[in-house]
Design a protein around this ligand. Sequence first.
Ligand SMILES: NC(=O)c1ccc[n+]([C@@H]2O[C@H](COP(=O)([O-])OP(=O)(O)OC[C@H]3O[C@@H](n4cnc5c(N)ncnc54)[C@H](O)[C@@H]3O)[C@@H](O)[C@H]2O)c1
Length: 331
Amino acid sequence: MTTAPLRFGVIGVGVIGRQHVQRLLSYPGDAALVAIADMSADAARAVAGEYGTTAAESVDDLLARDDIDAVVIAIPSGLHADMAVAALDAGKHVLLEKPIDVTVDAADRIIAAEERSGKVLTVVSQRRFAPENSFLHSAIRSGDFGRITSANIEIALWRSQEYYDSGSWRGTWKLDGGGALMNQGVHMVDLILWLLGDVEEVHAYGGLLAHERIEVEDTIAITARFASGAVLTFLASTASYGDFPIRVAVMGDAGAAVTLDERFSHFRLESGADLPDFEPVDVGLAGLDDFVNAVRGGRSPLITSREARAAVAFIEAAYESMRTGQPVTPR
Ligand SMILES: NC(=O)c1ccc[n+]([C@@H]2O[C@H](COP(=O)([O-])OP(=O)(O)OC[C@H]3O[C@@H](n4cnc5c(N)ncnc54)[C@H](O)[C@@H]3O)[C@@H](O)[C@H]2O)c1
């Protein structure tokens, strides 16, 4: 038996939206790209011409089409909730770029719309699909590391001034929602919450140290305590020339592991068990597969709206702490 493909639209065809267009056009599974739209109709037409697909006249026209079942939303972060709510209310399933939006209140509006629509929504968090991270997740869950005592994340990247100057929304509180932590670091916030669970308290120092003409932080150092009692240190920076490998370390009383750009550099278990072999995975494609299968199978996607909300709650708490100097409990 063959099923009709899940019919997609893409909203927002900038840097990342174009990648979604390409991925959908070459998708080997049962999904198809039907049309794209952008606030700039010219941009939509240009991208449609380049890739051989169809541009809708406007986002409203795209959302009104009944030959589209699902949309990818890839517009500036602070506009995610308005667009996701409109799409859900128009009866579309939603694959939403990260972060879910830039505030917990906006995330809550999405969750309410998701619940009333009965549609599937997921938020992109592609690092979870790396096999090394899936392995870490299972190993922690099955107790291989014993009691987890601490973790450390370092995402010390370099973003040039030209990067921030490349779009008027970049580096603004309203539309980017923050800097190194909200834009780049959110991937690692999501990952560590997925690995180690809820966070009870967050304390942060940060600031704008090496860029101009932006409002947000380019460097932030955070300490936090998980509900389990484990402690976390977390550095996020876009002011670290040289783009260091992203470091994830998880320490327990029966094992510890460190990954650098998702490759294990240290792995030691009291049990003596060793690492399996990891086959490379196209994490973007795996995320699309997960979403398509969630819609098809009527199951939750790997990254739920509530989990994506928790990442933003952690970040909001870090920013409040950065401003007030006080520890903050995420909402
Ligand atoms: N998953 C990842 O690794 C990853 C990487 C980069 C960006 N992103 C996310 O993707 C989103 C877009 O980032 P980008 O770098 O592609 O930005 P971009 O500025 O390159 O593109 C944004 C596009 O959205 C369009 N747009 C703006 N407002 C709109 C509206 N109201 N309706 C329709 N179209 C609108 C713009 O015209 C532009 O074409 C952000 O939320 C960002 O956080 C995710």
